[in-house]
Design a protein around this ligand. Structure first.
Ligand code: SF4
Length: 59
């Protein structure tokens, strides 16, 4: 499974990724952090396309 990567320079901490995928993303101190090794439930495509600043990519 792909591992999502957050570009913290771009992230505005909106929380969309955490709301969609709380097992993988956690927003702390205004930035989203990847807390899982891999995407577990899906391929993260919805989360990637839902980020308003395109800060999420897949490794
Ligand atoms: S959806 Fe994008 S901008 Fe919003 S918290 Fe997640 S990575 Fe940051």
């Amino acid at each position: 499974m792909p591992k999502p990567i957050v570009n913290e320079e771009l992230c505005i901490g909106c929380g969309t990724c955490e709301a969609l995928c709380p097992k993988v993303f956690k927003v702390e101190d205004g930035k989203s952090h990847v807390i899982a090794e891999d995407c577990v439930d899906c391929d993260c495509a919805e989360v990637v396309s839902s980020c308003p600043v395109n800060a999420i990519s897949l490794g």
